[in-house]
Design a protein around this ligand. Sequence first.
Ligand SMILES: Cc1cc2nc3c(=O)[nH]c(=O)nc-3n(C[C@H](O)[C@H](O)[C@H](O)COP(=O)(O)OP(=O)(O)OC[C@H]3O[C@@H](n4cnc5c(N)ncnc54)[C@H](O)[C@@H]3O)c2cc1C
Length: 299
Amino acid sequence: MFAKLYELLAPEQIEINADMKEHTTFNIGGPADILVLPTCITELNRILDFCREKRMPYVLLGQGSNVLVRDKGIRGMVIKLGNALKQFSISGEEIYAEAGISLSQLAREAAEHGLSGLEFAEGIPGSLGGAVAMNAGAYQGEMKDVVYQVIALDEAGNYKLFSKEQSQFGYRRSIYQNGDYIIVAVRLHLKPGQPEEILSTMQDLARQRQEKQPLEYPSAGSTFRRPPGYYVGPIIEELGLKGFSIGGAQVSSKHAGFIINKGQATAQDVIDLIRYIQEMVREKYGLVLEPEIKILGEE
Ligand SMILES: Cc1cc2nc3c(=O)[nH]c(=O)nc-3n(C[C@H](O)[C@H](O)[C@H](O)COP(=O)(O)OP(=O)(O)OC[C@H]3O[C@@H](n4cnc5c(N)ncnc54)[C@H](O)[C@@H]3O)c2cc1C
């Protein structure tokens, strides 16, 4: 079944029964049948041809920093861009960057070139493609403020160009989350600024993250989407759930909006904890908390 893949990619780019603990920042998850690591867009296209030919379902990952993979793992293929596809160029106030570049690296490159607008991205783990798909944001900034064009492949391997409007960005939402498109590159438009000022703002934000977020434990960032008019952390804290655990999954005692992996958490531990919190919040506040993290794999 997979033999043809070895003609398309080098052996080190293919993992059979890939342990998803090693491919997600939560360090949780059962095996994916096969995981591939393309290094360029041509390889990505070949992989998509293979999936079409073999009718193999696939899931696309950037750096796996916003996902929880279930304990039974993922049937079919995981295509992980990781930190490949990371070419970029800067011309005036415009950046063209491939989707695999780390968002933090891109933010720092922009700062060093005197371009302002990506300061908020300092410390958001993950790839540019994942950040655009999630419309990632923090500290009053989000990707939709700086993205103006997205270059993606559809399932048939055709290139598609999307404007910001066509991307339908909303709070942690975009059209790229339903798996119909793979973002391969992005055009961003930033504003001129002073490198020292931009870098100093970024250092400040990094410090705030260090102080407030449980960066010393594996997690996938904020577990839940923010319901309009509320902050999730304080709601969960008021319920006395800070530090509450199920198995190895714990509501962080540093920031109640994060569920952390204390070491040996299973995906089921995290899912049970999510359900428990949702139930408590519904009872006490009548609010429905929706997970922000993407839960993937076989139920
Ligand atoms: C400690 C910590 C702090 C965090 N802080 C923040 C924060 O402040 N703000 C915030 O918004 N998020 C935050 N996150 C969550 C996460 O880092 C972001 O959502 C990030 O942008 C996800 O990027 P990724 O490459 O890891 O995507 P992944 O987790 O790999 O994928 C996330 C989703 O995007 C899709 N996707 C990924 N790449 C592509 C692509 N090229 N084309 C199409 N779809 C794609 C995937 O299929 C999946 O549905 C944090 C996470 C951690 C662990």
